[in-house]
Write a protein that binds this ligand. Structure first.
Ligand code: ATP
Ligand code: MG
Length: 574
């Protein structure tokens, strides 16, 4: 491609709304364009990267025997009502009606649609297993669309669905996808970890998330360096790990704690450690108030609470100050578990093991001292509600765990028979017995992967694409296009590389050399050939984007090195 002809509009300034490097660089490099919040278009260079990532995905999915197809984005509401998710998906779902008032949605995911396909067509055990996938645009009206391609409201996903006779079959399908995903993200040049994950709104049993490590990731994973434990913080179970406790239960006592409505204020007022207190958080779930009680120094894990309550995320909200006053009789900050009436109470499993704790008194400006579980209050349910913290004990081996931030680029689920049972997707086994199909589903955020690659591969000058997903392998920068020798040599190398199937950009623009170098760095093309003063001797400069060092080579050597490098990087396929 000649850059003089290319549709390319780079930006000098960092757009102010872009907070993370991938978002800034994609906009600056003119690879994406924003149309509305969380809605982006892919410009020619960005589109090429997207296609590279898709191609890697296709190759690895096909290698596992998965078959590509393409379903519609518009989905009838009836299917979602059958599975029960029409309501569960909540405000994240884009809903619409046709001219006759029939309800539809823009698909946020496709479990229902794929189940619908197979229930009408798959009849016999002889047709199983099968794995079907598509690369398709998804729609989610995210609460906080942000970070460009990282969290869009329209985005591209690869979604696959496996159909097996039994759980053993599903285990194999799942392992195959786990392996395919590991290869896909490795080939995209990502440093990632596969970690255990919560199944959330998808339902089912096992799940793994593939997390690309990045300080700008919205996800946090917990992992252990002494064993193989690794999980999202939402999923990670917490060990009981209490400091030594009093042996005797002391007498309950009310104490005046003016304006000490937060744990910090309370602990500094009473001069006690936070782990001797408990906090009582009130939520509204549908029309009911729910209390979650956990140690003062702990953080609530909302996913664990949702799992206990068995409600979708959009149903859980903090109770209002009025509701808190109504149910506890106190202002915000003084709720406690003793004497709470008409409220479902879920208590973290550490609480019953603690002695003489300090809690809110359900009376403004007062707390209770020496509260003990069993004697002073009881829970409706005891559960692990805590978020794991750096240094907490590993649930597998007790060594201190570490936390890291990351970007969820993919997730795989064992769905089991959740959808096949709800929607009647069955097959006949050898004994002519009807059995539910056992399913798995497997997603990759294709557009989010593009952002994740940039988060891991950039510097202050721009993107540094790995060869495998770069929009072009090589950029030839002609320093002075008015110089005939330079122009001719640039052209010659360009033609030579094209002949060898190298994807190459020729910067033949009538721009200053400085501008061209800046653009080449910003666009992140992995190999740069500069044709300058020594063109008359057939000598060029060879530089890799990821390295500082430049080499002077004869143009033949340069071409040779390029071809070798690309071969080594396996971009010519498997
Ligand atoms: P998240 O927790 O980030 O909201 P999710 O768990 O809801 O994602 P899945 O339903 O597992 O997402 O979707 C499969 C993949 O699609 C995710 O692993 C992620 O890479 C990608 N994805 C999900 N939501 C978005 C989005 N809003 N923008 C871009 N990619 C997304
Ligand atoms: Mg997910």
């Amino acid at each position: 491609m000649r850059m003089s002809k290319m549709y390319l509009h780079t930006l000098r300034e960092v757009p102010s709304e872009a907070e993370v490097p991938s978002h800034q660089l994609l906009l600056r490099a003119g690879m994406i364009k924003k149309l509305a919040s969380g809605v982006y278009g892919y410009m020619p260079l960005g589109h090429r990267v997207l296609r590279k990532i898709e191609q890697i995905i296709r190759e690895e999915m096909d290698a596992k025997g998965a078959q590509e197809l393409l379903m519609s984005a518009i989905q009838p509401a009836e299917l979602w009502k059958e599975s029960g998710r029409w309501y569960d998906f909540g405000p994240e779902m884009f809903r619409l009606k046709d001219r006759n008032g029939r309800e539809f949605c823009l698909g946020p995911t496709h479990e229902e649609v794929f189940t619908e396909i197979v229930r009408n067509e798959l009849k016999s055990y002889k047709e199983l297993p099968v794995n079907l996938y598509q690369i398709q645009t998804k729609y989610r009206d995210e609460k906080r669309p942000r970070f460009g391609l990282m969290r869009g409201r329209e985005f591209i996903m690869k979604d696959a669905y496996s159909f097996d006779r039994d759980w053993e079959g599903l285990d194999k399908s799942y392992r195959d996808m786990y392996d395919a995903y590991s290869r896909i993200f490795t080939r995209c040049g990502l440093e990632f970890r596969a970690v255990e994950a919560d199944t959330g709104a998808m339902g089912g049993s096992d799940s793994h998330e593939f997390t690309a490590l990045s300080d700008y990731g919205e996800g946090v994973i917990a992992y252990c360096e002494s064993c193989d434990f690794a999980a999202t913080v939402e999923k990670a179970p917490c060990m009981l790990d209490l400091p030594p406790q009093d042996t005797e239960e002391k007498d309950l006592e009310e104490i005046h704690t003016p304006q000490a409505g937060t744990i910090e204020e309370l602990t500094s007022f009473l001069n006690i450690p936070a782990h001797q207190t408990a906090k009582t958080l009130l939520f509204k779930v549908r029309d009911k108030i729910v209390a979650a009680v956990l140690r003062g120094d702990r953080e609530l894990n909302e996913t664990k609470l949702l799992n206990v309550l068995k409600v979708p995320e959009h149903e859980l909200e903090f109770a209002s100050a009025e509701d808190i006053l109504k149910y506890t009789g106190a202002a915000v900050g003084f709720a406690g578990p003793v004497g709470l009436k008409g409220i479902q109470m879920i208590v973290d499993e550490e609480i019953p093991h603690m002695k003489n704790i300090v809690v809110g008194a359900n009376k403004t400006d007062y707390h209770l001292l020496n509260v003990n579980y069993g004697r002073d209050f009881r829970a409706d349910q005891i559960a692990d509600l805590k978020q794991i913290q750096e240094g907490d004990r590993c649930p597998q081996c007790s060594a201190p765990v570490k936390l890291a931030r990351g970007i969820e680029v993919g997730q795989i689920f064992k769905l089991g028979t959740k959808y096949s049972q709800a929607m009647g997707a069955t097959y006949m086994d050898e004994n002519i017995q009807e059995q539910p199909i056992v399913m798995g589903c497997y997603g990759i955020g294709v557009s989010r992967t593009m952002a994740a690659v940039i988060e891991q591969h950039h510097d202050e000058d721009g993107i540094i694409w790995p060869l495998s997903v770069a929009p072009y392998h090589v950029i030839i920068t002609i320093v002075n296009v008015a110089d005939e020798k330079q122009h001719a040599l640039g052209e010659k190398i360009y033609q030579e590389l094209l002949k060898q199937n190298v994807e190459v950009l020729l910067d033949d623009r009538k721009e200053r050399a400085g501008v061209k170098f800046k653009d080449a760095d910003l666009l992140g093309i992995p190999i740069r050939i500069t044709v300058g003063k020594k063109a008359s001797e057939g000598v060029v400069e060879y530089k890799l984007r990821k390295e500082k060092e430049k080499k002077e080579l004869s143009y033949e050597e340069a071409v040779e090195s390029i071809i070798q490098l690309i071969r080594d990087a396996e971009v010519f396929g498997r």
